[in-house]
Design a binder for this molecule. Structure first.
Ligand SMILES: NC(=O)c1ccc[n+]([C@@H]2O[C@H](COP(=O)([O-])OP(=O)(O)OC[C@H]3O[C@@H](n4cnc5c(N)ncnc54)[C@H](OP(=O)(O)O)[C@@H]3O)[C@@H](O)[C@H]2O)c1
Length: 177
């Protein structure tokens, strides 16, 4: 599949890029600082890389990033205090891409629900840097009971698995080890 990965340099984003390439997907990686991408991704030219600061989104750049994509996966979130609030404005890029710019500060999930896109929202608890296990629990419409953490690698694994599960469109899904 042709997949565009937003925030490709983050903890989850790097996992998404690595796993998607390993699975043979055609990856477009979007990052505000592409130099932070793993050297093997950059050196091998395995992913198309697009630089974009989503605090100051350029619609033309983002349109080119998603053009022809079968799916867009976002691991966008505040990396530090100076990024506070990025989740909702960053998600508004979806609106910009489809020609509607909203001037409210709707929260990320509200924007997605109202986007007209085929969306799925994942809600993990504490993210860890542990290796991929492939063993995790999910719960539709609620958090996983007693789920306290999950490796970023497993979140990425499930995000990619969702691409083949159209029945998850329009669902909010809790995920945890
Ligand atoms: N940490 C947790 O335990 C936890 C639990 C539940 C949910 N979450 C959510 O999951 C998200 C992903 O987690 P993570 O560990 O992968 O976080 P992360 O490593 O901090 O990654 C956040 C990503 O967002 C990018 N970003 C932030 N502001 C941006 C901007 N203005 N333009 C473009 N990109 C921007 C960062 O880019 P840079 O690489 O350039 O900084 C980074 O790639 C978190 O941000 C949070 O919202 C986290």
């Amino acid at each position: 599949m042709k997949i565009t990965i937003i925030a490709a340099t983050g903890g989850v984003g790097r996992q998404l890029v690595g796993q998607a390439l390993a699975s043979g997907h055609d990856v477009t990686a979007v990052a505000r600082n592409p130099a932070k991408l793993p050297p093997d991704v950059l050196a091998a030219g395995t992913a198309r890389v697009i630089a974009a600061d989503l605090a100051r989104p350029d619609p033309q750049v983002l349109e080119s990033a998603v053009a022809g994509a079968d799916a867009v996966l976002s691991a966008l979130g505040p990396h530090n205090n100076s990024d506070a609030g990025i989740a909702a404005p960053g998600t508004r890029i979806a609106k910009i891409l489809f020609g509607k710019v909203y001037d409210d500060l709707a929260r990320m999930e509200d924007v997605l629900r109202d986007s007209g896109l085929d969306w799925t929202i994942l809600r993990p608890p504490q993210l860890t840097g542990k290796p991929l296990t492939g063993r995790y629990r999910t719960a539709r419409g609620r958090n996983v009971r007693g789920g306290r953490s999950i490796p970023r690698a497993d979140v990425a694994d499930y995000m990619l698995a969702l691409l083949a599960q159209p029945d998850t469109i329009g669902q909010v899904i809790g995920i945890a080890t």
